[in-house]
Design a protein. Structure first.
Length: 402
């Protein structure tokens, strides 16, 4: 049929999760009742020209024609999934909930005949189930839910810069002995009008993948510098503003010039800026990375290695890097002093850093115990929810005035 229409066809394999469990606890008749109701509900979500068949105990197949693009297939899945949002009311009066796993294959790319399409939809369904029930997957890897989410993010991210959907929050960093604020870290936020608030842990990797991180990184730097200049003019003692730099930014030969230009244009003294880089900067071209970091350091910018201990830590390179600070990653700060491994790692990083004449900052400090332990073990600075969450500029001002 689809061949004649020259359109694409989605084969959706639907398998109810844990159905045997319902039959075992409530009896077969309840199970049959639910399946009839389920078939009706699934059918009502499809158009007249689509086909729904029950092919086994609790397995259904839907054939949906007219699929032109990813979004169409995604929409069909969303509609079929809605069926499971309402509980099933059975003759005993019980309200039961069902979930299902779904697998999708698309004609003609995933198969030219019914057998292949069905087999591939079934394979996709098994993959969905293995990733946790109540899930779905496309047969073709490139069409999985995750990449659809990524596609959505990608196109939205292109607009984010122009639409002013990006903004910065600032998290204070404190000296552990005096408990005074010695700096703030700029953390990027994205509030998309359609997708809502998206975490940088999600969208930064996407921005890196599509090569948008460079422009976004420049925007962050410029915005943070302008904020710093404003605080300087108002006499707010914020210390240094730290900006995160992705590996890809430092790999561009224009990065040092761009930083110089932004400092000049905004008027922020280099001594008010800190750049946080990860160990990954050393992965490609360590020699150019070392040279560029040295140029930045010579300007008066403070340089920190972020997430220290989670990446590519060659002590040989660490020794050569012209840096001033190590930030102990929050995964090592978690549960100290109770987790003996993390406690040993934190102590070792502090000792290593001090031996290399570096300052040590602990990130993700949430409890008084952590702060006390770090202070006793001579960690220099700390950052975390215990002291302050990331704040909007006005709240930073209030924090500094405390
Ligand atoms: P990061 O640089 O390691 O930043 C620290 C993260 O830990 C931030 O998450 C911060 O909000 C969070 N955090 C701070 N204190 C605590 C605490 O006490 N407990 C816990 N559980 N978390 C705490 P956020 O803002 O979601 O950022 C995540 C990551 O995204 C950052 O990790 C950084 O790698 C990246 N990122 C954020 N802004 C930028 C940016 O402007 N450019 C680049 N390249 N990366 C950025
Ligand atoms: Ca089943
Ligand atoms: Ca950071
Ligand atoms: Ca971190």
């Amino acid at each position: 049929h689809a061949k004649r229409l020259n359109a694409q066809l989605a084969t959706v394999f639907i398998d109810v999760d844990l159905f045997k469990h319902i039959n075992d606890s409530f009896g077969h008749s309840i199970g049959d009742e639910m399946l009839v109701e389920l078939a009706k509900r699934l059918r009502s979500q499809l158009r007249e020209q689509d086909v729904l068949s029950r092919i086994g105990g609790d397995e259904f197949v839907a054939l949906v024609s007219g699929i032109q693009q990813l979004e169409d297939a995604n929409l069909v899945i969303e509609q079929l999934r809605q069926v499971f949002e309402q509980p099933f009311v059975v003759s005993t009066g019980d309200h039961l909930r069902l979930t299902a796993s779904m697998g999708v294959s698309i004609y003609p790319s995933d198969g030219a005949n019914a057998d292949t399409l069905l087999r591939n939809a079934d394979a996709a369904m098994y993959r969905a189930k293995s990733e946790g029930r109540n899930n779905y997957a496309f047969y073709t890897e490139s069409l999985t839910k995750e990449s659809i989410e990524h596609l959505k993010l990608q196109s939205a991210l292109y607009g984010a810069l122009e639409q002013n959907a990006l903004y910065l929050m600032y998290q204070p960093k404190l000296d552990l002995v005096s408990r005074k604020t010695i700096g703030v870290e700029a953390l990027l936020r994205w509030n998309d009008p359609v997708l809502g608030q998206i975490s940088p842990g999600v969208f930064i990797p996407v921005a890196e993948k599509i090569g948008l991180i460079y422009d976004i990184g420049l925007w962050v730097l410029e915005t943070a510098c302008l904020q710093g200049v404003r605080w300087l003019a108002e006499g707010k003692p914020f210390g240094r503003i730290a900006v995160n730099v992705a590996g890809q930014q430092l790999q561009r030969s224009s990065f040092v010039e761009d930083v110089k230009r932004i400092l000049a244009e905004t008027g922020l003294p280099a001594t008010c800026l800190e750049l946080e880089v990860t160990e990954s900067v050393m992965m490609h071209n360590p020699d150019t990375a070392i040279r560029d970091l040295k140029l930045l350091g010579d300007l008066g910018i403070e340089l920190s290695v972020d997430d220290f201990g989670t990446g590519y830590s060659s002590l040989n390179y660490l020794k050569k890097l012209p840096i001033h600070k190590l930030k102990i990653d929050q995964s090592f700060v978690r549960d100290i002093p109770f987790d003996t491994n993390n406690t040993a790692i934190a102590k070792a990083v502090i000792a290593l850093g001090h031996a290399l004449k570096l300052e040590i900052v602990a990130e993700g400090v949430e409890t008084q115990e952590q702060a006390e332990f770090l202070t006793q073990n001579l960690c220099d600075q700390a950052q975390g929810y215990l002291f302050s969450r990331p704040l909007l500029p006005a709240d930073v001002e209030a924090f500094l005035a405390k």
